[in-house]
Design a protein around this ligand. Structure first.
Ligand code: PGA
Length: 263
Protein backbone atom coordinates (compact mmCIF):
# COMPACT_ATOMS: atom_id res chain seq x y z
CA UNK A 1 0.00 0.00 0.00
CA UNK A 2 1.34 3.43 -0.91
CA UNK A 3 1.06 5.89 1.97
CA UNK A 4 0.95 9.63 1.23
CA UNK A 5 1.40 11.75 4.33
CA UNK A 6 -0.12 15.12 3.51
CA UNK A 7 0.17 18.37 5.48
CA UNK A 8 -3.60 18.76 5.83
CA UNK A 9 -6.95 17.50 4.55
CA UNK A 10 -7.01 20.07 1.73
CA UNK A 11 -3.75 18.75 0.33
CA UNK A 12 -5.15 15.20 0.41
CA UNK A 13 -8.25 16.36 -1.48
CA UNK A 14 -6.09 18.26 -4.00
CA UNK A 15 -3.98 15.17 -4.69
CA UNK A 16 -6.93 12.79 -5.03
CA UNK A 17 -8.82 15.19 -7.31
CA UNK A 18 -5.66 15.63 -9.41
CA UNK A 19 -5.31 11.83 -9.80
CA UNK A 20 -8.91 11.56 -11.00
CA UNK A 21 -8.64 14.52 -13.38
CA UNK A 22 -5.38 13.17 -14.84
CA UNK A 23 -6.98 9.75 -15.34
CA UNK A 24 -9.98 11.44 -16.97
CA UNK A 25 -7.62 13.28 -19.31
CA UNK A 26 -6.17 9.93 -20.39
CA UNK A 27 -9.54 8.13 -20.55
CA UNK A 28 -12.66 10.27 -21.08
CA UNK A 29 -14.92 7.24 -20.52
CA UNK A 30 -13.40 6.56 -17.09
CA UNK A 31 -15.33 4.23 -14.76
CA UNK A 32 -15.35 5.55 -11.20
CA UNK A 33 -16.36 3.86 -7.96
CA UNK A 34 -17.65 6.53 -5.59
CA UNK A 35 -17.91 6.89 -1.83
CA UNK A 36 -20.11 8.99 0.45
CA UNK A 37 -19.49 10.41 3.95
CA UNK A 38 -17.63 13.52 5.08
CA UNK A 39 -14.27 12.41 3.65
CA UNK A 40 -14.76 12.71 -0.14
CA UNK A 41 -16.62 16.05 -0.09
CA UNK A 42 -13.46 18.10 -0.73
CA UNK A 43 -12.57 15.93 -3.73
CA UNK A 44 -16.07 16.26 -5.19
CA UNK A 45 -15.91 20.05 -4.77
CA UNK A 46 -12.66 20.14 -6.72
CA UNK A 47 -14.12 17.98 -9.51
CA UNK A 48 -17.13 20.33 -9.75
CA UNK A 49 -14.77 23.33 -9.85
CA UNK A 50 -12.75 21.75 -12.67
CA UNK A 51 -15.94 21.24 -14.71
CA UNK A 52 -17.10 24.81 -13.96
CA UNK A 53 -13.76 26.13 -15.23
CA UNK A 54 -14.17 24.07 -18.42
CA UNK A 55 -11.12 21.96 -17.59
CA UNK A 56 -12.86 18.59 -17.39
CA UNK A 57 -15.90 16.79 -18.72
CA UNK A 58 -17.68 13.81 -17.18
CA UNK A 59 -20.01 13.41 -20.19
CA UNK A 60 -18.69 9.92 -20.94
CA UNK A 61 -17.84 8.85 -17.36
CA UNK A 62 -19.78 6.07 -15.64
CA UNK A 63 -20.01 5.87 -11.87
CA UNK A 64 -20.89 3.12 -9.41
CA UNK A 65 -21.51 4.04 -5.80
CA UNK A 66 -20.29 1.81 -3.02
CA UNK A 67 -23.45 1.63 -0.97
CA UNK A 68 -26.96 2.88 -0.19
CA UNK A 69 -29.29 2.55 2.79
CA UNK A 70 -32.08 0.05 2.39
CA UNK A 71 -35.56 1.49 1.82
CA UNK A 72 -34.67 5.18 1.85
CA UNK A 73 -36.30 6.67 -1.27
CA UNK A 74 -33.87 8.30 -3.73
CA UNK A 75 -35.12 11.78 -2.85
CA UNK A 76 -34.88 11.22 0.93
CA UNK A 77 -32.53 13.86 2.39
CA UNK A 78 -30.38 11.16 4.05
CA UNK A 79 -30.14 8.82 1.04
CA UNK A 80 -26.74 8.48 -0.56
CA UNK A 81 -28.36 9.27 -3.90
CA UNK A 82 -29.30 12.69 -2.48
CA UNK A 83 -25.78 13.08 -1.07
CA UNK A 84 -24.22 12.36 -4.45
CA UNK A 85 -26.63 14.65 -6.30
CA UNK A 86 -25.86 17.52 -3.94
CA UNK A 87 -22.12 17.05 -3.63
CA UNK A 88 -21.16 15.90 -7.12
CA UNK A 89 -23.69 15.04 -9.81
CA UNK A 90 -25.39 18.46 -9.94
CA UNK A 91 -21.99 20.10 -10.36
CA UNK A 92 -20.64 17.95 -13.20
CA UNK A 93 -21.92 17.18 -16.68
CA UNK A 94 -22.53 13.45 -16.17
CA UNK A 95 -25.68 12.09 -17.88
CA UNK A 96 -28.12 10.74 -15.23
CA UNK A 97 -28.15 7.33 -16.96
CA UNK A 98 -24.41 6.96 -16.33
CA UNK A 99 -24.67 6.83 -12.52
CA UNK A 100 -25.54 3.66 -10.62
CA UNK A 101 -26.16 2.61 -7.01
CA UNK A 102 -26.57 -0.85 -5.52
CA UNK A 103 -30.24 -1.88 -5.33
CA UNK A 104 -31.78 -0.67 -2.08
CA UNK A 105 -35.53 -0.57 -2.71
CA UNK A 106 -38.11 -3.14 -3.77
CA UNK A 107 -37.72 -6.89 -3.95
CA UNK A 108 -35.50 -9.49 -5.56
CA UNK A 109 -32.50 -7.80 -3.93
CA UNK A 110 -30.13 -10.74 -4.19
CA UNK A 111 -30.62 -11.07 -7.94
CA UNK A 112 -30.40 -7.31 -8.41
CA UNK A 113 -27.17 -7.17 -6.39
CA UNK A 114 -25.83 -9.74 -8.86
CA UNK A 115 -27.07 -7.53 -11.72
CA UNK A 116 -25.15 -4.58 -10.20
CA UNK A 117 -21.98 -6.62 -10.35
CA UNK A 118 -22.78 -7.52 -13.96
CA UNK A 119 -23.34 -3.86 -14.81
CA UNK A 120 -19.89 -3.00 -13.41
CA UNK A 121 -18.36 -5.78 -15.50
CA UNK A 122 -20.20 -4.61 -18.64
CA UNK A 123 -18.81 -1.11 -18.09
CA UNK A 124 -15.34 -2.67 -18.27
CA UNK A 125 -14.71 -2.71 -14.51
CA UNK A 126 -13.90 0.16 -12.16
CA UNK A 127 -10.79 2.15 -13.10
CA UNK A 128 -10.56 4.15 -9.86
CA UNK A 129 -12.38 3.40 -6.62
CA UNK A 130 -12.58 6.16 -4.01
CA UNK A 131 -12.75 5.02 -0.42
CA UNK A 132 -13.04 6.36 3.10
CA UNK A 133 -12.62 4.16 6.15
CA UNK A 134 -14.91 3.62 9.11
CA UNK A 135 -13.52 3.66 12.66
CA UNK A 136 -14.32 -0.05 12.83
CA UNK A 137 -12.41 -0.72 9.63
CA UNK A 138 -15.37 -0.89 7.29
CA UNK A 139 -14.94 0.01 3.62
CA UNK A 140 -18.26 0.64 1.94
CA UNK A 141 -20.60 -0.96 4.44
CA UNK A 142 -18.49 -4.10 4.78
CA UNK A 143 -18.60 -4.36 8.53
CA UNK A 144 -16.19 -6.46 10.66
CA UNK A 145 -16.47 -10.21 9.84
CA UNK A 146 -17.50 -9.48 6.24
CA UNK A 147 -16.23 -12.17 3.93
CA UNK A 148 -12.97 -11.01 2.43
CA UNK A 149 -14.20 -12.04 -1.05
CA UNK A 150 -17.75 -10.78 -0.63
CA UNK A 151 -19.74 -9.32 -3.53
CA UNK A 152 -22.56 -6.75 -3.60
CA UNK A 153 -25.18 -7.72 -1.02
CA UNK A 154 -27.33 -6.52 1.87
CA UNK A 155 -25.50 -5.94 5.17
CA UNK A 156 -26.65 -5.19 8.70
CA UNK A 157 -24.87 -2.16 10.13
CA UNK A 158 -23.04 -2.40 13.45
CA UNK A 159 -23.99 -0.30 16.48
CA UNK A 160 -20.73 1.61 16.04
CA UNK A 161 -21.50 2.57 12.44
CA UNK A 162 -25.03 3.60 13.41
CA UNK A 163 -23.56 5.73 16.19
CA UNK A 164 -20.98 7.32 13.83
CA UNK A 165 -23.69 8.20 11.32
CA UNK A 166 -26.27 9.31 13.90
CA UNK A 167 -24.99 12.89 13.42
CA UNK A 168 -26.85 13.03 10.10
CA UNK A 169 -30.20 12.12 11.71
CA UNK A 170 -32.46 14.33 13.81
CA UNK A 171 -33.38 13.19 17.34
CA UNK A 172 -36.07 10.53 17.07
CA UNK A 173 -35.65 10.15 13.31
CA UNK A 174 -35.39 6.49 12.40
CA UNK A 175 -32.00 5.41 11.03
CA UNK A 176 -31.77 2.51 8.58
CA UNK A 177 -29.95 -0.53 9.99
CA UNK A 178 -29.59 -2.26 6.63
CA UNK A 179 -27.71 -1.21 3.53
CA UNK A 180 -26.79 -2.55 0.11
CA UNK A 181 -23.04 -2.45 -0.39
CA UNK A 182 -20.38 -3.56 -2.85
CA UNK A 183 -18.46 -6.44 -1.31
CA UNK A 184 -14.79 -6.47 -0.43
CA UNK A 185 -14.21 -8.65 -3.50
CA UNK A 186 -16.03 -6.06 -5.64
CA UNK A 187 -13.84 -3.27 -4.27
CA UNK A 188 -10.64 -5.28 -4.80
CA UNK A 189 -11.53 -5.75 -8.49
CA UNK A 190 -11.02 -2.01 -9.07
CA UNK A 191 -7.81 -1.29 -10.98
CA UNK A 192 -6.76 1.48 -8.60
CA UNK A 193 -7.99 2.45 -5.17
CA UNK A 194 -7.60 5.93 -3.67
CA UNK A 195 -8.42 6.04 0.03
CA UNK A 196 -8.51 9.13 2.21
CA UNK A 197 -8.54 9.24 6.01
CA UNK A 198 -8.83 12.51 7.84
CA UNK A 199 -8.72 13.36 11.53
CA UNK A 200 -7.61 11.85 14.84
CA UNK A 201 -10.69 9.67 15.13
CA UNK A 202 -9.39 7.61 12.17
CA UNK A 203 -5.88 7.12 13.60
CA UNK A 204 -6.52 3.67 15.13
CA UNK A 205 -8.26 2.50 11.97
CA UNK A 206 -5.42 3.72 9.75
CA UNK A 207 -2.83 1.94 11.87
CA UNK A 208 -4.78 -1.33 11.71
CA UNK A 209 -5.36 -0.99 7.96
CA UNK A 210 -1.71 -0.25 7.08
CA UNK A 211 0.35 -1.99 9.74
CA UNK A 212 -2.00 -4.60 11.20
CA UNK A 213 -2.69 -8.17 10.10
CA UNK A 214 -5.15 -8.97 7.31
CA UNK A 215 -8.37 -9.95 8.98
CA UNK A 216 -12.08 -10.00 8.21
CA UNK A 217 -12.44 -8.45 11.66
CA UNK A 218 -10.88 -5.33 10.15
CA UNK A 219 -12.08 -5.29 6.52
CA UNK A 220 -9.88 -2.37 5.32
CA UNK A 221 -6.81 -4.52 6.10
CA UNK A 222 -7.73 -6.56 3.01
CA UNK A 223 -6.57 -3.58 0.92
CA UNK A 224 -3.05 -4.86 1.69
CA UNK A 225 -3.54 -7.56 -0.96
CA UNK A 226 -4.46 -5.08 -3.73
CA UNK A 227 -1.54 -4.04 -5.98
CA UNK A 228 -2.47 -0.35 -6.44
CA UNK A 229 -3.87 1.26 -3.31
CA UNK A 230 -2.83 4.76 -2.26
CA UNK A 231 -3.87 6.05 1.16
CA UNK A 232 -3.88 9.86 1.51
CA UNK A 233 -3.67 10.77 5.20
CA UNK A 234 -3.68 14.01 7.14
CA UNK A 235 -1.24 14.24 10.09
CA UNK A 236 -3.89 13.34 12.68
CA UNK A 237 -5.08 10.23 10.84
CA UNK A 238 -1.43 9.16 10.32
CA UNK A 239 -0.38 9.89 13.90
CA UNK A 240 -0.28 6.26 15.13
CA UNK A 241 1.67 4.80 12.19
CA UNK A 242 5.04 3.49 13.35
CA UNK A 243 6.86 3.81 9.98
CA UNK A 244 5.98 7.41 9.08
CA UNK A 245 9.60 8.31 8.22
CA UNK A 246 9.79 5.40 5.83
CA UNK A 247 6.52 6.37 4.09
CA UNK A 248 7.84 9.92 3.65
CA UNK A 249 11.14 8.65 2.28
CA UNK A 250 9.32 6.30 -0.10
CA UNK A 251 7.32 9.20 -1.49
CA UNK A 252 10.42 11.40 -1.85
CA UNK A 253 12.19 8.65 -3.78
CA UNK A 254 9.17 8.07 -6.02
CA UNK A 255 8.86 11.79 -6.81
CA UNK A 256 12.59 11.94 -7.58
CA UNK A 257 12.40 9.00 -10.01
CA UNK A 258 9.36 10.58 -11.65
CA UNK A 259 11.17 13.89 -12.01
CA UNK A 260 14.01 12.03 -13.68
CA UNK A 261 11.36 10.40 -15.92
CA UNK A 262 12.50 6.94 -14.86
CA UNK A 263 9.03 5.93 -13.66
P1 PGA B 1 -16.74 9.49 6.90
O1 PGA B 1 -17.15 7.97 6.74
O2 PGA B 1 -16.12 9.89 5.59
O3 PGA B 1 -18.02 10.23 7.15
O4 PGA B 1 -15.77 9.57 8.03
C1 PGA B 1 -16.24 7.06 6.21
C2 PGA B 1 -16.82 5.67 6.26
O5 PGA B 1 -17.56 5.34 7.19
O6 PGA B 1 -16.51 4.88 5.35
Amino acid sequence: MKIVLTAHADEAADLVAREILDALGDKPDLVLGLATGSTPIGVYQRLCDAVARGEASFARVRTFNLDEYLDLPAEHPRSYRTFMREHLFEGIDIPPGNVAFPPSEGGDLEARCGAYEERIREAGGIDIQLLGIGRNGHIGFNEPTSSLRSRTRIKTLTARTLEDNARFYADGESQPVLAATMGIGTILDARRILLQAIGAKKADAVRAMVEGPVSSFFPASMLQVHPLVTAFLDPEAASLLTMRDYYDETRRQELRLREERRL
